[in-house]
Design a protein around this ligand. Structure first.
Ligand code: SF4
Length: 435
């Protein structure tokens, strides 16, 4: 069996260790100075309005910067950084805002790196078996794709590592399409990864995220760098380090099946640290009450009179981020009295089975899915794709739920405060040093 080299290196605040991770897996093998190189970090979200702890959520600027330096030393002159950050004008979330906030313009100035916003396209339609996806043309056209995901868990796909990070190379329409009503999300993720097949994957595990992928998860200082020329091998190692079985990760299992690969790590040639010494089991799932009437927090707080079934794989990132906000608003609005027999539905396919005074339909998809549903007594439509935060607060209040956006601000402040006075969580890891 052919072995795939995977380097496992402790970071320990030494930039040199980022280099070691790349060198030990021969990460630049086959890279000549004439080649076009494209770096795809994970900058999935940005927020300039509310407190936004970045630890474990986005790739550190440190790893991106060091990779650029190494490429320049290698003689490469055509280097592009490309990402498609979730767009939301209300919080100044966008790719260029993220680049600016992390000081990426210094990479542009000092190293002549090009900064691309993949949200703007252009895209090329690529046919797969039974479906097509629009993929950013610069990613398809590059000679040497370097994938820079974060070591984090994901509430739907369990992990979001090399394969999942590439979903950011799709047009918005294709991203939404991947959260398909009938086909599994993991199939799209696997096919895309197989098509793009990065030349090098470096998983940034300086911070790792429990119950990711967003900032409501809990970050840990993990100090782990995982690098391989084989993205599948890097993801298998990353999954094991997160304490999960790669056979239980849909897109990895699918990839193994299609390429006749083992899922037990037996085809990995580990260089550096011993994998078992790095394992730090993290959780990916959010607990829900047994009767699926709401998150376990509702049970702990005695919240009743509300039916809030768990999100499913059809909910895409836009609605998913806001779903957390609604739950926080509802918890904040709870007065000790039961809610008035209400229901909330999210995603694209859930159908009300009736028995509630009001059914809140969150987002255009679920509104469509329940149009003319005779089981619903009164439908409350929260329109948008995704809906706007201010509309959510307004509509809840119009229907007697005293939602106060300040509750959510306090919650976000408390999330950020978890990392205050903990020197191992370093904000400067998210700023290009540029010296
Ligand atoms: S309404 Fe929500 S679930 Fe539907 S496509 Fe838009 S963001 Fe996705």
């Amino acid at each position: 069996m052919e072995l795939s080299k995977v380097s496992l290196v402790k970071f320990n605040d030494e930039r040199l260790n980022i280099r070691r991770a790349v060198e030990m897996c021969e990460g630049f093998r086959g890279l000549t100075s004439a080649k076009k190189v494209l770096l795809k970090p994970n900058l999935v979200m940005w927020d300039e309005v509310l407190p936004f702890p970045r630890f474990g959520v986005i790739t550190t600027a440190l790893v991106v910067e060091e990779m650029v330096r190494m490429l320049k030393e290698h003689g490469c002159s055509d280097i592009t950084i490309a990402e498609a950050t979730t767009e939301d004008k209300a919080i100044n979330s966008g790719t260029l805002e993220a680049y600016r906030g992390m000081g990426y313009h210094q990479l542009e100035k000092k190293y002549g790196v090009k900064l691309l916003d993949l949200n703007r396209g252009p895209f090329e339609k690529v046919e797969f078996d039974g479906f097509s996806l629009n993929i950013a043309a610069p990613v398809l056209e590059t000679d040497f794709l370097i994938n820079l995901p974060v070591l984090k868990t994901h509430n739907t796909t369990k992990v979001t590592l090399g394969f999942k990070n590439l979903k950011g190379c799709l047009s918005r329409r294709s991203k939404i399409f991947c959260h398909h009503a009938e086909l599994p999300l993991d199939r799209f993720i696997q096919r895309l990864g197989e098509k793009l097949a990065p030349a090098l994957t470096l998983i940034d595990g300086i911070y790792a995220l429990d119950r990711g992928p967003a900032m409501n998860g809990t970050a840990h200082r993990a100090d782990i760098l995982i690098a391989s020329r084989d993205m599948f091998a890097a993801d298998v190692a990353g999954t094991m380090i997160l304490g999960m079985d790669p056979a239980g990760i849909g897109h990895l299992a699918e990839h193994a099946r299609r390429h006749d690969l083992p899922l037990d790590g037996s085809n990995l040639e580990i260089c550096g640290e011993n994998l078992s010494s790095l394992v730090m089991p993290l959780k990916w799932d959010w607990g829900w009450l047994e009767d699926n009437s709401g998150p376990t927090a509702f049970g702990r707080m005695g919240i009743s009179g509300i039916h809030y079934p768990k999100y499913d794989h059809t909910i895409c990132s836009g609605c998913s981020f806001l779903n957390n906000m609604i739950l926080i608003l509802l918890i904040g609005a709870y007065t000790g009295e039961p809610f008035d027999n209400i229901e909330f539905l999210t995603g694209k396919v859930a159908r009300s089975t009736g028995g509630f005074k009001k059914t809140f339909l969150f987002g255009n998809c679920i509104i469509r899915a329940n149009r003319d549903n005779p089981a619903i007594t009164e439908a409350v439509e929260i329109k948008g794709c995704p809906p706007r935060a201010e509309d959510i607060v307004r509509i809840l209040n119009e229907h007697g739920i005293k939602a106060d956006f300040n509750t959510y601000i306090q919650y976000r402040t408390s999330l950020a405060a978890r990392y205050h006075d903990r020197p191992e969580f370093r904000e400067d890891h998210f700023s290009v040093a540029g010296e």
